[in-house]
Design a protein around this ligand. Sequence first.
Ligand SMILES: C[S@@+](CC[C@H](N)C(=O)[O-])C[C@H]1O[C@@H](n2cnc3c(N)ncnc32)[C@H](O)[C@@H]1O
Length: 386
Amino acid sequence: MKTNHKHYICNAAKMAAVTDGSVNLVVTSPPYPMIDMWDEIFSHQDRKIEKALRKSDGSLAFELMHQVLDRIWEEVFRVLSPGGFACINIGDATRTLGDNFALYPNHARILNATQALGFTALPCILWRKQTNAPNKFMGSGMLPAGAYVTLEHEYILILRKGGKREFTSPATKENRRQSALFWEERNQWFSDIWMDLKGTRQAMGKQKKRNRSGAFPFELAYRLINMYSVKGDLVLDPFLGTGTTTLAAMAAGRNSTGYEIDPSLLENFCDKCRDSLGHFSSVIQHRIDLHNEFVQGRLAAGKPIKYENAHYGFPVVTRQEKELVLNIPVSAEQQGDENMVVHYSIPSRETANTATAAQNAPVVPEICGAKSKTDGLLFPDFDPAS
Ligand SMILES: C[S@@+](CC[C@H](N)C(=O)[O-])C[C@H]1O[C@@H](n2cnc3c(N)ncnc32)[C@H](O)[C@@H]1O
């Protein structure tokens, strides 16, 4: 198996290289309107925004910033195939302009705009990003009634273009079965609140224009790609930033394409891809080890496991996991400035089988979700933005 990965340094308001209906999944996080680190990038795209901010007209600035994003949501709708998903990570903003402190509900504005375009909104995920910062409480402290609750969550909006995706031919059905998740991963990932993902460090080199990248965690993109696409699909990120979505698509065996307006973020990106391959192989092996730990815990709790995975021979809870196969990226070649081709292998039955891995793993009492010594995270230490 091999996958292709392209990126373009330009404004995603016109994604000329992406044809209508060619994308299966969009995983993205736009610049957040009304968060000051993004003021400049929005103002460059519409000068009226700068004026509105200078006049402390928060409602107008908010609306104009969203009009910049609306053009990209329109393009996203055009390029998605019928049944394709868009997963949009967005946080609301709080800001004081003049004397007025207010919430700017970015997630609601994006939901309205995307539904008006024809997207169907599906149940979304609340990403709880707890902070222990001492200054997290805002307002009048212990004195009523002038304090504001803290904003410690973001949204992952889940949208679909049209109805359910069809898998009709024998080959597409087989590929779908091979792209299955483990039962215990489904229980953890398809929950509406994600408490386990920490934000990334987001630090940028001194030479960069911004001092934070706005990157989301690698695991966030990796999960969404596994949840809403199958192997060989095309995943798009119109706000590619440091390239997290591309890296996650490589790890998951999907093709990818991305747009980024700031050229400084993707300098030496191909080297970064190549440098990440070794890490991907060890964490995909870790995904198998986590499954083996789960199996051992479930068996120890006296719960039988009925099925066996045809490729690896380890037990699986449901019939749907019988043909699951994980592909490990082993090499990457650069083709031109903006194109990478990644080649994969499949872990052998011997390395993946329970006999050795599960015997060496500690017994884990949790039997419902993918929990382990790393809290069920597949990539606890991987921060590609750094
Ligand atoms: C929140 S960041 C995305 C971070 C990314 N998810 C990552 O993990 O690195 C948003 C990105 O969108 C880029 N951007 C803003 N407006 C854009 C536009 N019109 N077209 C393409 N990229 C844009 C910004 O430069 C920024 O890097």
